[in-house]
Design a protein around this ligand. Structure first.
Ligand code: NAD
Ligand code: ZN
Ligand code: ZN
Length: 389
């Protein structure tokens, strides 16, 4: 089959690779009909996630048709149309019992590696380095889906792929980001990053009752999308300090909750950014945590900072004094996608949201290298690339 392979920093190639086979009774093989490139893939592309190997198959946002199931999968059949969550979860361990699927204790065969870096292991993830299991991803014609009796959601409507595809990751991720803010009526929520995750965090904050949502980025075309969806916007290149601008917009108090939908590759200007860039380049810190620091400094006292942007290890200059003295709550996580699949599908079917508003580019799988470049450099007003094999 054809698959998008990581070939080194800033290089992906669509290669011929062996077709996946059932390895366990609870596996299924899915023929991919649509797959997308995620901001998380950019962290791999840019070489910031350790343990990638040349030839690794990328992709964790995919849906398609079941073509084969193992004996242990009784809830799916050949021909079923499914959406597959990006974390791999067994459905039976302590974490899964708590619906914390991205922390599944049984799905990461390289748990030892993750344990070293994070203290405890995390779940397996499709196409996301050997730290999360080294599973082949879904930017391919076919994928092996482990624990297929737990993850995939069978689709029984005839909505198009691009309306459903984002249930695999960015819609639930944005939703969880907003849910962690414990939004109360009248709340103001600020969102750093107007990428797909930020767009869904903003939309979800509104669904959950926020009165005002303010989205921060530097790309006007992305801010325009947020504005059309009902958010206020702030271009961080056009203000003197984001925390100051947010204070101004909120009567001096600051937003009730702040969502970081940027992660470890934040961009900025000035000496503080130069400091992080140099330290990250020298591998003396893993992050450029500009958005996270700003979120902490901006949120009202007693408020919540929800971190959905991905971080890899250790950051410098973490404002712990602000967190402690102002009684802030920090919440975070890789999304527990399984938990959100049905409720969010329901919201789509009820017409509350049409997630396809983020799609700007539709390409063939063979154009994946071009898709990565466009999305990385935010060229041609790119917000989300969907690939079809
Ligand atoms: P993206 O690259 O499309 O969007 C990131 C946006 O952040 C860009 O528009 C960029 O201009 C903006 N940005 C950069 N620096 C900024 C700053 N200082 N202030 C404000 N905005 C800034 O990526 P995406 O697909 O939206 O993903 C965003 C993040 O979410 C990534 O880190 C990704 O890995 C992460 N993610 C996490 C999960 C999860 O489960 N927690 C799931 C999916 C994605
Ligand atoms: Zn993703
Ligand atoms: Zn589990």
């Amino acid at each position: 089959m054809r698959a998008t392979c990581w070939m080194g920093r800033n290089t992906v190639e669509v290669e011929n690779v062996p077709d996946p086979r059932l390895l366990n009774e609870r596996d299924a093989i899915v023929r991919v009909t649509s797959t997308a490139i995620c901001g998380s893939d950019l962290h791999l592309y840019d070489g910031y996630v350790p343990t990638m190997k040349k030839g690794d198959i990328l992709g964790h946002e995919f849906m398609g048709e079941v073509v084969e199931v193992g004996k242990g999968v009784t809830n799916l059949r050949e021909g079923d149309r499914v959406v597959v969550p990006f974390p791999i979860a067994c459905g039976a361990c302590n974490a899964c019992a708590r619906e914390q699927y991205s922390l599944c204790e049984n799905s990461n065969p390289n748990a030892r590696l993750a344990e070293k870096l994070f203290g405890f292991p995390t779940a397996g993830i499709f196409g996301y380095s050997h730290l999360t299991g080294g599973f082949a991803g879904g930017q391919a014609e076919y994928v092996r889906v482990p624990f297929a009796d737990v993850g995939p959601l069978k689709i029984e409507n005839d909505l198009p792929d691009e309306v459903l595809l984002f249930l695999t990751d960015v819609f639930p991720t944005g939703f969880m980001g907003a849910e962690l803010c414990d939004i109360q009526p009248g709340d103001v929520v600020a969102v750093w990053g107007a990428g797909p995750v930020g767009q869904f965090a903003a939309a979800s904050a509104r669904l959950l009752g926020a009165e005002r949502v303010i989205v921060i980025d530097r790309f006007e075309y992305r801010l325009d999308v947020a504005e059309r969806q009902g958010s206020e916007t702030l271009n961080y290149e056009r203000v003197d300090g984001v925390p100051e601008a947010l204070k101004e917009l909120t009567g001096g108090r600051g937003p009730d909750a702040c969502i970081d939908a940027v992660g470890l590759e934040a961009h900025f200007h000035g000496p503080a950014y130069a400091y992080d860039r140099v330290k990250q380049a020298l591998r003396q810190e893993t992050e450029r945590p500009i958005a996270l620091r700003e979120a902490i400094m901006s949120v009202r006292s007693g408020g919540t900072v929800s971190i959905m942007g991905v971080y890899g290890g250790l950051m410098d200059k973490f404002p712990i004094g602000a967190v402690m003295n102002r009684g802030l709550t920090i919440r975070s996580g890789q999304c527990h996608v399984h938990r959100y699949l049905r409720p969010l599908l329901q919201r789509i079917e009820d017409g509350e949201i049409d997630p396809s508003f983020i799609v700007t580019h539709r390409m063939k799988l063979s154009d994946a290298p071009k898709g990565y470049e466009l999305f990385k450099h935010k060229q041609d007003d790119c917000l989300k690339v969907v690939l079809s094999p």
